[in-house]
Design a protein around this ligand. Structure first.
Ligand SMILES: Nc1ncnc2c1ncn2[C@@H]1O[C@H](COP(=O)(O)OP(=O)(O)OP(=O)(O)O)[C@@H](O)[C@H]1O
Ligand SMILES: Nc1nc2c(ncn2[C@@H]2O[C@H](COP(=O)(O)O)[C@@H](O)[C@H]2O)c(=O)[nH]1
Length: 206
C-alpha cells in the first residue's frame, strides 16, 4: 500500500523501555502521532481509557474483530491487543507520521500491509536489567512479571526480522538513536518522492 505519511513500529519485550522511549521521542518531535491500541487487558496505575489504550471487554473486542475493524490483532501476555484500521489508514493517507507500539507479531503483520513501515526493535542491555526494570516499575504482580520474562525470550528471537535494533542501556542515547532513525526515514522518503515526481514530470505523466 502506498501512502504519503511515515509509519514507525516499535516492538520490545515488556520492560525494555519502549513506552518511555516513544514518549520521549514525541516530546522532541511534535510531528509524530501515537496510535492508541485497543486491549482486553485491565488498566494499570494511572492509565486512562483513550490515552494509553482503549480498554475493552472481551465482547467488545470480539465485536471489533467481527466487523474487521483491526488492521492487526494478537494475543500477548494472556490478553488481546489490536490496532484499529481507522487509527492508521486515514492518518497516513493524509501524510501524518504515526508511531505504533505493538508486539512482534503485530509488527510483522503491519509490514505485510505497509511495506514501507519502519520496524524498530528495542532490546534491554541484559536479562538482569530487564527483570529489575519490570520490578522497579512496580505495576505488575510477580506472576505477571515471570510470564512477561518467559515471553521475552521468544520476542527477542524476532529482533533479526526488524529494520533497526536499539539497545536501551543509557536512556538518552537510545532516544537519540530512535530520533535519528525517524529523521533518516523522513529524508529518505522525501528524496524518493521528489525523484518520482521529477520522473513523472520528465515523462509528461500527469
Ligand atoms: N534506559 C533505561 N534505564 C533505566 N530504566 C529505564 C530505561 N528505559 C526505561 N526504563 C524504565 O524501565 C521501566 C519499563 O519501561 P517501559 O514501561 O517504558 O517499558 P515497555 O517496554 O513499554 O514495557 P511494556 O511493554 O510492559 O509496556 C520503566 O520504569 C522505565 O522508567
Ligand atoms: N499486536 C499488538 N500488540 C500490541 C498492541 N498494543 C500493545 N501491544 C503489545 O502488547 C504488549 C503488552 O503491552 P502492555 O501495555 O500490556 O505492557 C506489548 O508488547 C505491546 O507492545 C497492538 O495493538 N497490537
Amino acid at each position: 500500500m502506498d501512502y504519503p505519511g511515515n509509519l514507525f513500529v516499535v516492538a520490545a519485550p515488556s520492560g525494555a523501555g519502549k513506552s518511555s522511549l516513544v514518549k520521549a521521542l514525541m516530546e522532541l518531535d511534535s510531528a509524530i502521532q501515537p496510535a492508541v491500541s485497543h486491549t482486553t487487558r485491565p488498566p494499570r496505575g494511572q492509565e486512562k481509557h483513550g490515552r494509553e489504550y482503549f480498554f475493552l471487554s472481551p465482547e467488545e473486542f470480539d465485536s471489533m474483530v467481527r466487523r474487521d475493524s483491526f488492521l492487526e490483532w494478537a494475543h500477548v501476555h494472556g490478553h488481546r491487543y489490536g490496532t484499529s484500521r481507522h487509527t492508521i489508514e486515514e492518518r497516513v493517507a493524509h501524510g501524518a507520521d504515526v508511531i505504533l507500539e505493538i508486539d512482534f507479531q503485530g509488527a510483522i503483520n503491519i509490514k505485510r500491509i505497509f511495506a514501507n513501515a519502519v520496524l524498530i526493535f528495542i532490546l534491554p542491555p541484559s536479562w538482569e536489567e530487564l527483570r529489575s526494570r519490570l520490578q522497579r516499575r512496580g505495576e505488575d504482580s510477580a506472576e505477571v512479571i515471570e510470564l512477561r520474562l518467559q515471553n521475552a525470550a521468544i520476542e527477542m528471537a524476532q529482533a533479526q526480522k526488524f529494520d533497526f535494533v536499539i539497545i536501551n542501556e543509557l536512556f538518552e542515547r537510545a532516544v537519540f538513536d530512535l530520533k535519528t532513525i525517524v529523521h533518516a526515514q523522513r529524508l529518505k522518503y522525501s528524496a524518493q518522492r521528489r525523484a518520482r515526481a521529477d520522473t513523472f514530470k520528465a515523462l509528461h505523466i500527469p
